[in-house]
Design a protein around this ligand. Structure first.
Ligand code: GTP
Length: 352
């Protein structure tokens, strides 16, 4: 059985982080995001190959994962000549397949039991199975209504509060039968949610839901990207490098240097080659990427810093995200919600 990972989107909501780093490989701590999805797919023995469906900056992704042998999984790449939308991408990548395919959005982190989803798909002899997950505020999403037998009945895009009939949203995980792909045009972008799934409902085909209420999040916005890190540090999503750490889960690489007189409060993550100078403070929920240097009396609180940043003396960074190679001058202050692209330089005393 094959799995297709949809990883070709431009990730516009995560800009500027995605200008040089496609969303599927933004780091979660020190690992490109897709590693977490590949770990999940590897747990299903039936899946013998993963097809990465790419369009935006494909080479950056291929360079990281190669043929998959280093990860013990077979990986193949299909690069679209132009972006085909989520349904077009599945058809393009799965053109030669005859068996059911697992399809996964390349931006969701979850601990779902995929083998159970595949079993349900087979037991119901479905043409398509969609995983649904409950959310607290469904108005920001597209809702999916089902009947008591678990058949999908309707998609409702971004409903007003008075139109909310369910809190189930599309989790971006499907099992599909390739012989339903004939309806997807080959030359214009087509969306799975807005075009392909409604066509199954219109034709009264067996289209069923698998409800999953365990851990699920998509990393598509800076807020959710930050939340994923906090959830992992809180132990809500079980993974290395926090797996074996006792609370408050302070992970410091063996070769990181924390000078006497610096303070570090967990939970936090300090990667290889980091230098924290005397008097600096690393506060809770901070993530300090490889080779980053935090100078005397600087403070970092709840912020995520990608590799090779420099935070100069007395600077403070709170609840922000910094791309690679950012340089903050002396006494700079970067506050809640700021997202700085790679190579940003802020001169001394800047407020951002
Ligand atoms: P935004 O621009 O911020 O909406 O992000 P996105 O481009 O990733 O779009 P979205 O979150 O809707 O995409 C869901 C998943 O489908 C992501 O994993 C994307 O990488 C993937 N995706 C979206 N459009 C395409 C496409 O045209 N081709 C391929 N291969 N994948 C796509």
């Amino acid at each position: 059985m094959k799995a297709i990972l949809l990883a070709g989107g431009q990730g516009t909501r995560l800009r500027p982080l995605t200008i040089h780093t496609p969303k599927p490989i933004v780091p979660i701590f020190n690992r490109p995001f897709l590693h977490y999805q590949l770990d999940l797919l590897k747990q299903v023995p039936e899946i013998d190959e993963v097809i990465l469906s790419l369009s935006y900056q494909p080479r950056r992704i291929e360079e990281i994962f190669g043929d998959g042998s280093a990860l013990n999984i077979k990986i193949r790449y299909v690069v679209e000549p132009v972006p085909l939308g989520t349904a077009g991408a599945v058809k393009y990548a799965g053109a030669d397949l005859i068996e059911p395919i697992v399809v996964f959005n390349g931006d969701v982190l979850t601990q779902i039991d995929l083998a159970a989803v595949i079993r349900l798909h087979r037991a119901r002899n479905a043409r398509a199975t969609i995983v649904l997950t409950p959310v607290e505020n469904p108005t920001a999403y597209g809702l999916v209504e089902t009947d008591p037998e678990g058949n999908v009945r309707r998609f409702v895009e971004k409903p007003r509060a008075d139109q909310v009939t369910t809190n189930h949203i599309n989790a971006g995980i499907y099992v599909l039968e390739p012989d339903t792909f004939g309806r997807i045009p080959s030359d214009v972008p087509w969306s799975i949610e807005r075009s392909y799934f409604p066509s199954l409902i219109e034709r009264n085909e067996t289209f069923i839901a698998y409800i999953y209420d365990g851990y699920w999040i998509d990393i598509g916005t800076p807020e959710k990207y930050t939340r994923v890190h906090r959830d992992i540090m809180d132990g809500r999503y079980v993974t290395a490098p926090f797996l074996d750490l006792p609370a408050p889960r302070t992970s410091v690489a063996a070769d990181a240097r924390i000078e006497d007189g610096a303070t570090v409060e967990g939970p936090c993550f300090i990667d290889q080659g980091v230098l924290i100078k005397a008097g600096a403070r690393i506060g809770r929920y901070s993530v300090i990427g490889r080779q980053t240097r935090v100078d005397e009396d600087a403070s970092i609180d709840g912020a995520i810093l990608w590799p090779n940043c420099r935070v100069s003396r007395e600077a403070s960074v709170r609840d922000a995200i910094l791309g690679r190679n950012c340089h903050l001058g002396r006494n700079v202050s970067v506050d809640g919600g700021a997202v700085l692209g790679d190579e940003t330089t802020l001169t001394d005393y800047t407020r951002a």
